[in-house]
Design a binder for this molecule. Structure first.
Ligand code: PNS
Length: 165
């Protein structure tokens, strides 16, 4: 059984992430989407909230599982019996950091390969940071995130802005 891990911050999951999840789910028997810690990022949503948003948007994709973990990706992949990491590439600017992470992960776990799926043209500009920036300025999130979670993102952003006032 081919198992792939799609790791990320998913703060929150975007339509670009969802596109990668759907395409990966066609290539592997099972795809585990895992909310992980990126020590360079401060989150808007808690890990549990991100898991909840992900669960809602992948509903109906039978071979996709949502999880979260605080351990190293290379160790997590081993613990789940995964042979592959899936990552999305939006532009050449993503490549350098992703190449470095893929090489590091293979050094930590030599049985682990990284497969890159190029972003669909509509989503090359899209990131969770862009979504948060748009929500901050009350731009409608249609085309950025699933309609199933639009309200959650707007609500969370206004809560955060109110706290800061
Ligand atoms: O969506 P992101 O923030 O680009 O995802 C980065 C992420 C979470 C996949 C990366 O930071 C990660 O793998 N974190 C888990 C801890 C780890 O294994 N670190 C070493 C690889 S950088």
């Amino acid at each position: 059984m081919s198992i792939a891990i799609y790791p990320g911050s998913f703060d929150p999951v975007t339509l670009g992430h969802l596109d990668i999840i759907k395409r990966a789910a066609k290539q592997f028997d099972k795809v585990i989407v895992c909310v992980m810690v990126n020590s360079e990022k401060k989150g808007l949503f808690t890990p549990d909230e991100r898991v909840d948003l992900l669960c809602r948007v992948v509903k109906g994709l039978d071979n996709v599982e949502i999880d979260s973990s605080h351990i190293l990706l290379a160790d997590y992949a081993k613990s789940r019996g995964a042979s592959c990491i899936v990552k999305g590439l939006r532009a050449m600017s993503d490549f350098e950091a992703e190449f470095q992470m893929a090489t590091l992960n293979r050094k930590l776990n030599p049985d682990l390969d990284t497969v890159f799926l190029t972003a669909c043209q509509d989503y090359t500009y899209l990131s969770s940071s862009i979504v948060k920036e748009m929500a901050r300025y009350n731009v409608k999130l249609e085309g950025f995130v699933s309609p199933l979670i639009e309200e959650d993102v707007n609500r969370k952003m206004s809560e955060q802005l109110n706290v800061k006032k």
